[in-house]
Design a protein around this ligand. Structure first.
Ligand code: PDD
Length: 283
């Protein structure tokens, strides 16, 4: 089926969508993105994604391509035009086309692209099975709080995991876990949920914000601090969060099997709470 995608003001069939070869997103990875999930044909946490997009743009001195209200309308239009009941909307803003020059163009005209993808989210088999994770060195740049499209190292890390017979990778810097390739990382020890504090070293996940709020509301203890790979391997359970996984349990880190090797109760409970809350708040 040919999707309808959005490019700079137009809704076009995907095989007719065009971007300039001079686009700085293509030449310099000079662009930012957001992934918003869709459940029951509705957007999950649109406001959170719009706010983070605005922050990413501001950090890179990029102008917003349109208002949040317009963005919401485009998201909803694409979901409707492509009959997405479950899946995601991908959005990318770049600094647009200009003669190749490292310095930003003086009068940039941003590129805005959005497209949809169907994906099973709520009944994902991973939620039942859990993930096997390998640890890899975190050699990404120092501004991981900005959601840029420079995703080559996360792609390489996913391939390292695949080669090792695992599902994904967690990244380690100075002995401390930063985050997953495309998700935030958590461990549970003695009933306490531990996840890295915010800073330039990780992305402030929109799902992370929601999960920590739900956990605290459910009287769970949350510690936002760095934790070591050794702590993770000795944890009672572990999990990841992201827009497209919600909460996925981790059952193995490198050679260490966590608990009895099946999804733990805290991850299961948080996934349930998150799904229920998201469904009722989706727009
Ligand atoms: N990834 N950390 C990184 C490095 C990420 O790429 C992501 C999201 C997250 C979780 O953020 P959120 O909860 O807002 O999705 C954390 C998206 C899903 C992706 O690249 O496809």
């Amino acid at each position: 089926m040919t999707r309808t995608v959005y490019v700079n003001g137009d809704y076009v069939p995907e095989d007719q969508a065009r971007i300039s070869v001079f686009d700085r997103g293509f030449l310099f990875a000079d662009g930012v993105y957001e992934v918003t999930s869709v459940l029951d044909g509705k957007l999950i946490d649109f406001a959170g994604h719009a706010a983070r997009l605005a922050r990413s743009l501001a950090e890179l001195d990029m102008a917003a391509p349109c208002s949040d209200a317009e963005l919401l309308e485009i998201h909803r239009d694409l979901v409707a035009r492509n009959n997405v009941t479950e899946g995601l909307v991908y959005l990318q803003v770049t600094r647009g086309a200009a003669d190749r020059d490292f310095a930003y163009p003086e009068h940039p005209s941003p590129t805005l692209v959005l497209f949809t993808q169907h994906k099973i989210l709520a009944n994902s088999p991973v939620a039942e099975k859990g993930l096997k994770i390998i640890s890899v060195e975190d050699i990404r740049w120092g501004r991981r709080d900005i959601k840029t499209v420079q995703l080559l190292y996360p792609s390489m890390a996913k391939m390292m995991a695949k080669k090792a017979g695992a599902d994904d990778a967690w990244m380690v810097e100075d002995g401390l876990i930063t985050e997953g390739t495309s998700n935030n990382a958590y461990i549970v020890k003695g009933g306490r949920i531990i996840t890295r504090h915010l800073g330039n070293e990780i992305l402030a996940g929109i799902t992370r914000t929601a999960i920590l709020r739900f956990a605290r509301e459910a009287q769970m203890v949350v510690e936002e601090r760095a934790f070591t790979l050794e702590e993770a391997k000795a944890a009672d359970e572990a999990f990841i969060t992201s827009a497209t996984s919600f909460v996925h349990p981790v059952v193995q880190i490198d050679d260490a099997v966590l608990g009895n090797g099946t999804p733990g109760p805290v991850a299961r409970r948080l996934r349930e709470i998150y799904l229920e809350a998201c469904r009722s708040a989706a727009i």
